[in-house]
Ligand binder design. Sequence first.
Ligand code: GAR
Length: 204
Amino acid sequence: MILISGRGSNMQAIVERCAPARIAAVIGNRAEAAGLRFARERGIPAEVVEHRDFPSRATFEQALSAAIERKRPDLVVLAGFMRVLGEAFVQRYEGRLLNIHPSLLPAFPGLNTHRRALEAGVKVHGCTVHFVTAAVDHGPIVIQAAVPVLAGDTEESLGARVLAQEHRIYPLAVRWFLDGRLAVDRGIVRVRGECEPQFLLAPP
Ligand code: GAR
């Protein structure tokens, strides 16, 4: 099960690179989310649960949970899902709810991560797949990818470099989960089985 709000390029990477995993459905919280069209074209059930249709976050999340439960997924993947999820929702899916964030967490939680990375003058930036906890953009880290910050970078050029790595690490994390290889011990994630690095370094 994949939840999106917009373009859906991470969803697309997961659909293309996680075969033969079955995508139970894609749910968008905005009917205009471009990624929904891609899902429909691929024959994946695509649904809309519009957050604007509900009077409160709690009622939106109840409807979202109901839509998810109808499909009984093993894993819920947030792929550019831009709504903060409340504690009840997060607890319900604890241990089977993944998110991708466009920074090397715990640096730069929240929005506008590429702009803030440039403003801070960091030399290395990147992205993180993590299990979702009630604290926004926190939670046990599954895998990270690092990219260099180059002289002359703009928010767009840096964002594109990071996004290319997002498309590599998210399908890997999903496969590890579905293969039952992720173990979380006191907040630290390990990958069971043969040793695979939980980080990628993109060349400059
Ligand atoms: C991605 O860069 C993802 O990391 C980010 O939104 C973008 C969605 O792109 N997510 C967050 O900022 C969540 N805090 P996509 O729709 O093309 O996958």
